[in-house]
Design a binder for this molecule. Sequence first.
Ligand code: F6P
Length: 362
Amino acid sequence: MATKKIGIMTTGGDCSGLNTVIQRVIDGCISRKWNIIGIKDGTDGLYNTPASTVDLTHGAFQFANSHLAGSILSNGNAGNTNFESSARAGKLVAFNKRLKKSLSDLNLDALVLIGGNGSLSLAHMYREIYNGLSLVCIPKTIDMDVPKTERTIGFDTAVQQLVSYCDQLLLTARSHHRWFVVQTMGRKCGQLALHAGVAIAADAILIPEIKFDADNLVKHIKQSKRDYGIILVSEGITIRGHSGKPADMISRKLNAAGIANRTAFPEYIQRAGDTLATDRILAAGFAETALTAIENNETYVMTSFENGEFKTVSLNDFFAGGRPDKDPNIIGAMTSNAYVEPDNILLHIAADMGIYIGEKRK
Ligand code: F6P
């Protein structure tokens, strides 16, 4: 087998599991006698001249660290990457040219891009940057909002982080006869809140995909036999006429109804935590699938897990498989998003468990 030179980078928000994917890709390259370099800070590192890279071929990254959260390669300066500032300044053409030049200077055969729906949508939109090499993407995100895959790196660990957090909160809630309104991450997708909510048997789960009625929520809480519990609120929900953090809005409604409560914000802890075994195995499967795709000269593809199978799907299919929305960070760009669909089994399970999940699909 001819030797190859592979690049690997992490872009977008971090999550637990990135290091495991990186390690598994390195392992696979070493066993194939391929060279591999890491590109630091995602597209920020690629924008530098010369690109910021680290040689990973000879065990620069030790297995002992691969279950730790974050990315050994770093993800760039969230919210203010060179990509974003170039977009704001209307200089994306020049930016993209520089990425293309860096890739050609690096003389890569393939690039493994580990990113969320934003990064993958941008790779699809600006595909000419990757002409001449094999571009293989690996989906990661705690939001689980990537179309055409049922699983994404980091999601299971994020759910566990939230579950552990809520399990602890419930103890203090019980001591003080009060409710906690916990705001989860997830952007406009309710998967994270829904999974954690079912796992802890929350009293209510509010997600962006389902309309809720604040009065019915209050009624539900009052009818419960307890004076404490957890209401999980996804960061993407809105209430007409209210602004501010969703958890604060719900808390005010509860206060007005005389229900003692506090808010809690687990925030970036959801992106941390030692990588769970299921995420590690997913990482190993995605790494192997990505390397096989490179061997088969595939390009513009994403690894996917669907119906119990690892496979690749084209970035075209990924993009067409979701619903487009404006990219929150890049003016003029669209991302393709997956959401909680009405037939999601967890919605039915939650309803059967007596959890308030809102009224009807928006
Ligand atoms: O997409 C992952 C995510 O953690 C979202 O759930 C959250 O809204 C966002 O990233 C926060 O991003 P930032 O790191 O820019 O604050």
